[in-house]
Design a protein around this ligand. Structure first.
Ligand code: CS2
Ligand code: MG
Length: 413
């Protein structure tokens, strides 16, 4: 178990077979990292000793059904790490990049979107242009909300992940947003849904006026609206033709999407906090969403996520894997190989990791001209440098919590 903090906290599983073949798996669960590390170290690792590394499906079922206690983010992140490490090993033994084992390449590369944000429209325009310079062909737009001190997804010097070559003190347009803060307690942010609903449509109107109708635009409502507020936002954004509106309402109650669907044709993306095909079943069968957001790292691994994408394909629902910096380069690579092979590919989130992270993980995938491409290296194409990693000790960090500005009530972050 490799628990280090190069730029941010990561938990990485390394499995080594008797004949010295190693496989890596990402076991990072933002803000709850040590629980997954313990689940792996104290419960799963002892069960893997002596098992046939090639029995991936059987090992998945053994860990999932054998646990008796199924599903949930900690369990499914731990099982995902084992699953990916075993697929990495199998592809290395087969001496081919993993996507070849998953059915081969269905595309030359995977369209990816980047994160633009700003405290005002001018900063947002600059951030979009900066991401276009980096090669992004699709852009997620997040904006500050007048009257609120800090809002999800708006990068500032204080919460940035990567100073991409920009000098300290430069404007926020060049930072990537990093939600988890190193602290003993979660930072508390304030929220006001009505202020948000008043402001966001105007932001997309301004962006469309500035950049025209073609540029694919995405937005993450980050689980904060009631179903009818979500319906209202979806409708208000229709004129701006979004690629998708993400996590528009807390998705535990999937029935809520029936109401949203009744009122808007804005495409809906859901699932970064889902970790099982059962979370999606009704949403697929009633055609209530358009994109599946589970990444391999939190969706139980490649073995189950491929089944989720195959079931989604029946309803022409596409993939849209979650790819923030709290999914490690191992997790990004695993999602990329699966995304290369499936037919119903939509888009991938691609937040670029910090130089410290890239120094430790050294992924071989590349991003150019809007597409992420895996290398032809056998396996998933990521290594892990223990020596460099040992310089970066784990440090507890928490995601923020949200309170309503009006009365301090706890709200979804
Ligand atoms: C977000 C994430 O990228 C996204 O779509 O929802 O940044 C999310 O907040 C973090 O991954 C939480 O750890
Ligand atoms: Mg999201």
């Amino acid at each position: 178990m490799l628990v280090h903090s190069p730029g941010r906290n990561f938990v990485t599983l390394r499995i080594t077979t008797d004949d010295g073949i190693t496989g890596l798996g990402d076991a990072t669960l933002n803000g709850r990292e040590l629980s997954v590390a313990s689940y792996l170290r104290d419960h799963l690792a002892p069960l893997l000793i002596g098992r046939d590394a090639h029995k991936i499906e059987d090992t998945w079922q053994y860990l999932y059904r054998g646990a008796y206690w199924r599903r949930g983010p900690v369990t499914m992140t731990a099982i995902a790490a084992v699953d990916v490490a075993l697929w990495d090993i199998k592809a290395k033994v087969a001496n081919m990049p993993l996507y070849q084992l998953l059915g081969g390449a269905s595309r030359v590369g995977c369209l990816a979107y980047g994160h633009a944000s700003g405290r005002d429209n001018q900063e947002i325009f600059d951030s979009i242009r900066h991401h276009q310079e980096l090669g992004y062909k699709a852009i997620r737009v997040q904006s500050s909300i007048p009257g609120l001190n800090s809002v999800y997804g708006v990068a500032t010097a204080a919460n940035s992940a990567t100073g991409t070559g920009s000098a300290k003190g430069a404007t926020s347009t060049r930072y990537d947003y990093e939600p988890a803060r190193r602290s003993a307690f979660p930072v508390e942010e304030e929220w006001d849904t009505r202020a948000y609903l008043r402001h966001i449509p105007g932001v997309f109107e301004a962006v469309r006026n500035e950049f025209g109708p073609e540029l694919p635009l995405l937005h993450d409502a980050h689980h904060r609206l009631t179903p009818i507020q979500a319906a209202k936002l979806g409708k208000a954004l229709e004129p701006y033709d979004l690629f998708w509106l993400e996590d528009v309402t807390p998705a535990e109650n999937t029935d809520a999407f029936r109401l949203i669907r009744q009122h808007t044709t804005t495409p809906l993306a859901v699932g970064e906090i889902f970790n099982s095909i059962y979370d999606y079943k009704n949403l697929f069968e009633e055609q209530l969403i358009d994109y599946v957001r589970s990444p391999v790292s939190h969706g139980g691994g490649i073995t189950p996520l491929k089944k989720i994408f195959d079931y989604a394909a029946v309803y022409q629902i596409k993939s849209g894997v979650h790819g923030p910096t709290d999914v490690s380069p191992v997790g990004h690579a695993a999602s990329l190989h699966l995304s290369m092979a499936i037919h119903n590919y939509g888009i991938s989130e691609y937040m670029r990791h910090s130089p410290e992270t890239l120094e430790v993980f050294n992924p071989s995938y590349t991003f150019e001209n809007g597409l992420i491409r895996p290398s032809s290296e056998p396996g998933i194409g990521v290594t892990y440098d223990d020596v460099i990693a040992s310089q970066y000790e784990y440090e507890s960090a928490y995601l923020p919590v949200n309170r309503l500005k009006l009365d301090g009530s706890l709200h979804d972050w």
